[in-house]
Design a protein around this ligand. Sequence first.
Ligand code: BGC
Length: 809
Amino acid sequence: MKYGHFDDKNREYVINHYETPLPWINYLGSDSFFALLSNTAGGYAFYKDAKLRRLTRYRYNNLPLDQDGFHIYIKDKNTIWNPGWQPTRTKLDHYECRHGLGYSVITGSKNKVEARQELYVPKNDNILLMRVTLTNKDQKEKELDLFSFVEFCLWDAQDDTTNFQRNYSTGEVEVEGSAIYHKTEFRERRNHYAVFFANREISSFDTSRDQFMGVYGSPASPNAVLKGKCSDTIAHGWQPIGAHHIHVSLKADESYDVIFALAYVEVPENQKFIAPGIINKKPAHELLKKYDTDRKFDKGLRDLKKFWNDLLSGFEVRTASEEVNRMVNIWNAYQCMVTFNMSRSASYYESGIGRGMGFRDSCQDLLGFVHMIPERARERILDIAATQKPDGGAYHQYQPLTKKGNSDIGGGFNDDPLWLIACTDAYIRETGDWDILKEKVDFDNDPKSAKPLLEHLNRSFNYTLNNLGPHKLPLIGRADWNDCLNLNCFSRYPGESFQITGPSEGPVAESVFIAGMFVKYGKAYANILNHLGKSKEAKKVTKAFTDMEKAILKDGWDGKWFLRAYDAFGKKVGSKYNDEGKIFIEPQGMCIMAGVGVKTGEAQKALDSVAERLETKYGIVLQNPAYSTYKLNLGEISSYPPGYKENAGIFCHNNPWIVFAETIMGHGNRAFSLYKKTCPAFLEEISEIHRTEPYVYCQMVAGKDAPTFGEGKNSWLTGTAAWTFTVLTQGILGIQPDYDGLRIDPCIPDHVKEYKVNRLFRGTMYHITVKNPDGSEKGVKKVLLNGKELKSDIIPVTDKKEVNVEIIM
Ligand code: BGC
């Protein structure tokens, strides 16, 4: 069943049924100030860090679901309702939510009144804007009461939900006209406050939740709304809120609008107060003034739309598949930008108080956004590299505010360092900025240890070589890409971290997946060295990854597929000799992407085994058969019930690796049919099964062993976004940035006759037409640049503004 539809022209997803299978959210904000917003106006706002600077509260596993957010209430005689349906859940006569790029519009109608709620965060300002327009569609005059409501978080989201003995006494507010200032802890060490503002005169307000809701009240029927007015309360401790009330009389066909704004404001330390206890509101006044009229609101929204249009117009495809077009041109690219902004911090599945930035996660995310924001990708690479340890190892996570490695989790995830080569290589291919390799970057954030970035790549590469096991395959450490395959941890007690229990430096457990990575990114590293004229070093590197390739084919091959690992006792994992977990997806994808066994036949056998044993109608499961019991020597993977997460769930992140592998083998039909299985735009029709948003990828879909086969979970913040974007644009459509130009090497279904791509690359717009008259799946016969045939398959970099390219397959 569908709950809405794509409006590609406006780059929006339009939801028509408010009771979606799960809240379907959007992200507002693109710089420092962010809000999550669901289709029923649930969500929360924060400044930079969802844990430490949370502006509004959100209760994750609440019942009913998704009650906290940016709701407005309307009282029309005895009916109270919300345009987004929640929290009153009054049945609406009409409802629509449009999630666009960085903005959302929710419209609801009840008893001939239409209420429209437009929300966005403008570029470069720390403010969430919400314009509410009420229209009387009746022939009679209407007397309406409009209420806004936000519940402030006392800044530190973790403390806010745990330390009640303190924080029930700290809450403070000030009210000035229509502006409600939340100033908890401003009296002491904070120099920031929040303000919730209305650009119209208000009839009453509340700042005490107890008064607005009632101590035992409910968001579904707040006391103040039932009463038709607030009580002008000033909160002292407990739960400070911001609620405005405006009485509105509307003649037939008349409209009324008001702009609400929730802003975050910092004040210089020595200018915090204008009188004892009275906060300095000047910076707030200046900010609010920027958006206090319809004209200014509309301009901010236009600027935001222009920003997104400009950003996305650098990569536009026109194929016969509207699903493909909307993924490349709109949603997959948008999701990549959201993962850039959020990493894994704040979603409806990531609480915002959990993990910092992942080393491997951030490196992989970069593959999906480097073409849109190369300068910020550069900065990100240097930030990540600066957390690298001197021995080439990596902290598994780092904190976004301090940009320092997180020592609670530490390192020993032995795939991490190699991802630094992956992202640097992608960055250089995209930009041609070889100078980044000369940038001096700290090790472990110690300026005394700074060395050029190239040296960081060298240490990443050598880290694997310095940590080889008995079969000359890389030691796995705490885990590789699969955080849940914990071969050295042996965790026995509930609550222990699967990742950091036990020693990380097990001397025996080896990963065939890291071996594949080492070959793939070793090749990239050797290319880089050759390009820099360092052929002696390049030779050494080539020898090392060639030896690794041999080691994989000797001891990492199981007969019909690549083995997954050797455990701490030297026993095989992911082998025909195992009863469960016989075959894993990751080494098949990574080894073939690295080219291992492509010429000698193993790669094809491995792909056949994937098709036979792992593929399902909703995608490829991570391993098979699922583990039915907990295994001490395997760790977290076996802690999940069969079919969920890493225990044989469909992990969307590594499905594209198999798609890539199929493109390497030249199988365009297979590649595209696998691509479609996890692609949300193709799953719209089964939203009641898939449940998560049909416009973005989720991390995991329940596998065939799960009772809820096909059900998605953990949407938005996943490395899936980057890999699916990369496989579709580079693997299938074949637009591959290379060091000296753009290579175009499609691998497509044979029925595709033609498609067009506009691709901005190093300042030139490439207008590309791919023609496939003979119905091939792969292979380029002719490359024409501005009508002239090229000898090479690489279209060289040029200083022209635009060029026309024709590819004949
Ligand atoms: C983590 C990734 C990891 C993946 C598979 C995700 O939750 O963010 O770093 O590769 O799970 O375990």
